[in-house]
Design a protein around this ligand. Structure first.
Ligand code: UDP
Ligand code: MG
Length: 312
């Protein structure tokens, strides 16, 4: 295990001020240890000098590798590209913005050497805006009930994956990727290490509330068809209640006669048909959801430039 080779995977989008800093922080930390490693920057179509900075680093340091996209494909795509290209026995995923403290690397590697296939760094939410922490908290509490895989608050992408775990993630070929869920889905024995959250180094978070909401929806939809099933069950319940109502009205009519002509037949058919329609929509939705997920066979990203072997 001592001979292990480590890949540091750093998705970077408009991080020009951070590239140098994260590289320094990493090499400083790694200088204390004696591991073979590569630092793989995935430039996610940055519009600033990020790629220039990475390119310069790569010229000066042979351990620096890069993959650069033709445009911004999103962090998920960057992670996928990185995992495909990384050659390490273990891959450590870190953000470029120095929010993931390098002093934890030792702990992550320790977990790997103990035999864990995933070592996850879990943060608290110090420094996040109140609103964001609050919404996240509700979301994760609620999603626990809805989704089949376990998603945990504070467990982000800062983690170590063994080669086996990386291969497992790469086996999952879905178009809409939700890494947090994928990492959880593959299972494996997992160890957690804890750290204090840091405020971002340079630049702004790329997560607007809109992006966060979409990310949240992705988390639910990409892991099951339950929302559609809610539709189905809702329809069944309405249908049942409508039938009950119709029966009660009918009994009333038989005993006391019709009070408003036409009312009964209209309301009962509207309610009943409404229920039937929802059920049918739900059933169709089950199929459409599946087809939708399978049809978008586009590549996840396009590579403009790299100093690594092309992936398959
Ligand atoms: N990132 C990326 N592509 C994107 C958005 C973000 O590669 O479209 C990278 C970004 O450069 C950073 C990491 O993903 O290294 C996390 O982004 P950010 O700090 O904005 O997210 P937060 O820490 O606020 O969750
Ligand atoms: Mg960040």
């Amino acid at each position: 295990m001592n001979e292990a080779y480590y890949s540091f995977l750093i998705p970077s989008y408009n991080e020009s001020d951070n590239i140098q800093l994260i590289h320094e922080a990493l090499t400083k930390e790694l200088g204390k240890m004696n591991y073979a490693y590569e630092i793989l920057f995935v430039d996610d179509g940055s519009e600033d000098d990020t790629f220039k900075k990475i390119h310069q680093l790569a010229n000066d340091h042979p351990a620096v590798k890069y993959v650069s996209f033709t445009r911004n494909f999103g962090k998920e795509a960057a992670l996928l590209a990185g995992l495909r290209h990384a050659r390490g026995d273990a891959v450590i995923i870190m953000d470029a913005d120095l929010q993931h403290p390098t002093y934890l690397i030792g702990n992550l590697i320790e977990g790997f050497e103990e035999g864990f296939d995933q070592v996850v760094a879990k943060r608290n939410r110090d420094g996040d805006s109140r609103m964001r922490s609050f919404l996240s908290k509700i979301y994760y509490k609620w999603i626990d009930q809805v989704v089949d895989v376990k998603l945990k608050d504070g467990e982000g992408d800062f983690r170590l994956l063994s080669r086996k775990a990386v291969e497992a993630v790469l086996e999952l070929s879905e178009g809409n990727r939700f890494s947090k869920g994928l990492f959880s889905w593959i299972g494996f024995e997992q160890k957690t290490v804890y750290y204090q959250n840091h405020v971002r180094g340079n630049g702004d978070s790329k997560w607007s509330y809109k992006k966060l909401i979409n990310y949240g929806i992705e988390g639910i939809v990409s892991f099951n068809q339950k929302p559609l099933r809610v539709c189905l069950y809702g329809g069944l319940i309405i249908m049942f209640l409508a039938l009950l109502y119709i029966f009660v009205m009918l009994v009333g009519i038989i005993r006391t006669g019709i009070d408003v002509p036409g009312y009964f037949s209209i309301i009962s058919s509207v309610l009943f048909l409404g229920g039937v329609q929802l059920v049918s929509l739900g059933i169709i939705g089950e199929y459409v959801g599946r087809i939708y997920a399978e049809t978008k066979r586009r590549p996840h990203y396009l590579i403009r430039d790299t100093n690594m072997d092309r992936d398959l």
